[in-house]
Design a protein around this ligand. Sequence first.
Ligand SMILES: Cc1cc2nc3c(=O)[nH]c(=O)nc-3n(C[C@H](O)[C@H](O)[C@H](O)COP(=O)(O)OP(=O)(O)OC[C@H]3O[C@@H](n4cnc5c(N)ncnc54)[C@H](O)[C@@H]3O)c2cc1C
Length: 410
Amino acid sequence: MKIAVIGAGASGMAAALQAAWNGANVTLFERNAEVGRKLLVTGSGRCNITNDAVAPKKYTCADPNWMAVLLSQFGVNDLVSMLAQICVPVHKTSDGWYYPLSESAHTVVQAFSSALEIAGVALSSSCQVTSIHTKKNGFVLQYTHEGEAQEKLFERVIVSAGGMAYPSLGSRGELFPVLASLGQTVLPKRPALAPLILDMGKFKALQGVRLDVGVTLWDGSRKLASAAGNLIFTQWGLNGPAVMDISHHVSARPDASLELSLNLLALFRNEFDQILAQKRNSRLPLRVFLGAFFPPKVISTYLKISHLPGEATLDNVGDDELNRLTRILKDTRLPVKGVRGFEYCQVSAGGVPVNEVDPRTLESRLVKGLYLTGETLDVVGPCGGYNLHFAFSSGAMAGKTAAGQALSSA
Ligand SMILES: Cc1cc2nc3c(=O)[nH]c(=O)nc-3n(C[C@H](O)[C@H](O)[C@H](O)COP(=O)(O)OP(=O)(O)OC[C@H]3O[C@@H](n4cnc5c(N)ncnc54)[C@H](O)[C@@H]3O)c2cc1C
């Protein structure tokens, strides 16, 4: 079985490896000079590989049942054992996030690179695939290498060419028109896991502050999404997992008037209420009370916005003023202006909808012998290892099944 895998990212490397382990003759095409360029920058160079909480409901895609079928075949344990096979032992944090023991994405890429070589995968690096044509019993792949156009024949093709996030690392979306010409639907690509651009108004003063908060995205009175986690205030808006996790709802609605609500008390409402009840009638300065939860910049900004004097003590603040402050801390509304572009987002939404691909095999339902994996498909997971899990699991299943073997471990 002659198989071409296009793209040596997380998904394509998993696909090529599994296909070779299952006896196929595999050529892996990569436009960059080296494999795994994007993998190197994941998890801030630590590579957050997967997560204990991987489950269909965590992903945004056309059909949660599709994701359930894929994950039932290649879950967290399957990924962990595949990584162990290539000498990447992992550990998990107390909140269930998996990283390589080395805490280095570099060692993960090295392990894949060496496993591909040992498995006999032929790496065609610095080769950009430009077109895929169907032919009786196979495909003709056209590609350029050092400016020269070439072509080769394959029986099966696995497209793992990513989406459009961080184009400088290799995924620029040129194969989407090619997939469309083969008959696949291609939904417009748009940023996901992206920073949010907001009208920051007085909150510009908080530039550089990091907080753990709850966020909710509103379209008028309709709640679109909510998330909790860390965020960072900037001049132009907010960055960090809490807002990135809901950003695909914003990029899906470019013309809507959306608002983001920040809840600064989301993660310690009980402690806030308890200490307030204990100290309500004391001479404790309001600033010191708020200092139990927030850094000074946040306190000054929120006191100003709530029209409360910095020197106020808890016993001389009226109930109305205190309620106003609490209300603003729980629900600060910021008008949403959009998301930052592909250069700043971790994944892109859009691409080929999952229902055009069989979740048991990752083979296209429209073009026999064509397999689609990873970010080429319209799937978005939140921050925390979910996107790499999807890239690895869809790649691994495509590789196994394209090689024509049973769906058991290699
Ligand atoms: C900064 C950053 C940090 C991230 N951190 C995490 C994290 O910690 N955990 C997590 O789960 N996810 C993380 N992600 C998301 C994760 O990296 C992606 O979900 C994942 O890499 C997608 O894998 P992929 O193989 O589908 O695509 P890619 O990794 O984009 O790989 C596609 C490959 O195909 C090649 N290619 C494209 N077109 C062609 C062509 N025409 N011919 C030949 N080759 C081609 C590209 O050069 C590229 O190497 C992060 C992303 C970024 C940008």
